[in-house]
Ligand binder design. Structure first.
Ligand code: ZN
Length: 445
């Protein structure tokens, strides 16, 4: 403590042992100690007292489509990382598709890193992509520091990122398991999607019927079987279908190395409330019924679902047409994810400790980011300062992501992020940003 450069304190600090009044000492961007609230502050240290606002570890969002370079008019590192910082997120891991080039070779990774470096307001890492024809690139990408590999089992929405059939999945997964890597999967089965009624048009009910639960359930069952056969580590992206939960719970009980995420929109928005033509609510798999949502919450509580990530996937507003079949599928959630999840969580009787576990600790674990995801000695001094009882009404004009399309417009949410800190430096205060201070992250070997 005597050499601390910064001491921050709050009556409510969320630590791995629970919430308590504490002072947190920081040196060289790292937490050096979590001390009693009234610990003496060394004379040379900077001191910040957050009063009763909650000090929580910065969130780690492992599912973000930044689209930069190549589709930077959809989203870019400058705007995405500002939106994230404003929402209390201090680390994001970028998905390998929707940018041009996609992150499917070491050269392409280098291109992405170069673009991200100067624009990153928070720390940024990268997932690689597993395509039908890039098995030879997986090991080099792993060695270059990607956190794992994303694959689709059905069409991705962009031509340059084709999906894997079952044989290709097995081939890629065997290769990845061979070097101890992680495969993260968009799990919808293409045959079930093809067999579903495809009416198109503005009715949400028609769109929902076109992406049925059994497409997810079948794909997840196949993934579990492959993971078991190859003793591989897999992660299910953006789970929406609650019908898949018993399968997942059984696989976990059996020791299959599978983790699962869901997203704020599945936890806070329902099919029943989506107006016809409102494609700002379109994503794949889709937002389902409220009874489905109740089961997702239960699964988060009992650990069948591990974590919550945004799947922030924006486009320009003109691609969000009123026809659900052709509109771009993706929901922009970076800035609002913490408030949206916290608003619903508290209604359902969960605490901020739960939200932190789902959105920071477990996501840091998923990516192997041992320096992130908790307020304890030795970790990076990444914080969000949250006024959990303050409310605000979502005004798209206040959003920092590039195209201010949002499914949350007009909603009143609890939880205002007052400031966000990255490695001991305040990067946003009441909506005002510093110059970018983010670093590029690579997988810990
Ligand atoms: Zn995604």
């Amino acid at each position: 403590m005597s050499d601390a450069e910064l001491v921050v304190r709050s009556t409510r600090v969320i630590t791995p042992e629970g919430t308590r009044a504490a002072a947190v000492a920081v040196t060289g961007g790292k937490i050096t100690a979590v001390l009693p609230y009234d610990a003496q502050v060394p004379s040379g240290a900077r001191f910040e007292d957050f009063g009763d606002d909650v000090l929580l570890p910065g969130l780690v969002d492992t599912h973000v489509h930044v689209n930069d370079p190549g589709r930077t008019h959809w989203e870019g590192f400058w705007t995405a990382t500002r939106a994230a910082a404003a929402g209390g997120i201090t680390t994001l891991i970028d998905m390998p598709l929707n940018s041009l080039p996609p992150t499917t070779t070491v050269d392409n990774l280098g291109t992405k890193q170069e673009v991200a470096e100067a624009k990153a307001h928070i720390d940024v890492g990268f997932w690689g992509g597993a395509l039908p024809d890039n098995v030879k690139d997986l090991r080099p990408l792993h060695d270059a520091g990607v956190f794992g590999f994303k694959a689709f089992l059905s069409p991705s929405g962009v031509d340059e990122f084709p999906h894997l059939d079952q044989d290709q999945l097995a081939r890629s997964l065997a290769e990845i398991a061979g070097f101890g890597g992680l495969l993260i999967v968009h799990a919808e089965d293409p045959h079930h999607l093809e067999a579903a009624p495809q009416h198109g048009g503005p009715k949400y009910a028609d769109f929902l019927a076109s992406r049925p639960r059994d497409a997810e359930d079948t794909a997840i069952a196949g993934l579990i079987a492959a993971a078991k056969r190859l003793d591989a580590r897999v992660h299910v992206l953006h789970l929406s279908s609650s019908d898949a939960l018993p399968l997942i719970a059984a696989a976990k009980a059996e020791g299959v190395r599978i983790t699962v995420e869901t997203c704020p929109h599945y936890l806070t928005l329902t099919a029943e409330e989506v107006p016809d033509g409102a494609s700002e609510f379109k994503c794949c798999p889709p937002i389902r019924e409220s009874a489905n949502q109740d089961l997702l919450w239960q699964a988060l509580a009992d650990g069948t679902i591990d974590c919550v990530v945004t799947d922030h996937s924006p486009s320009t507003a003109d691609l969000k047409t009123a026809d659900f079949a052709t509109a771009w599928g993706g929901i922009s959630g970076l800035q609002l994810s913490l408030a949206a999840v916290w608003t619903e969580a508290r209604k359902r009787g969960y605490g901020l400790e739960d939200v932190v576990r789902w959105m920071s600790s477990r996501t840091a674990q998923l990516a192997g980011l041992e320096q992130k995801g908790a307020i304890e000695a030795g970790r990076d001094a990444d914080f969000a300062v949250l006024a959990p009882d303050e409310t605000f009404t979502v005004d798209p004009a206040t959003l920092q992501h590039r195209n201010r399309v949002t499914a949350y417009a007009g909603k009143t949410l609890s939880g205002v992020v007052k400031s966000t800190w990255l490695r001991g430096q305040r990067i946003v205060l009441d909506g005002e940003f510093t110059d970018p201070k983010g670093q590029l992250l690579t997988r810990t070997p």
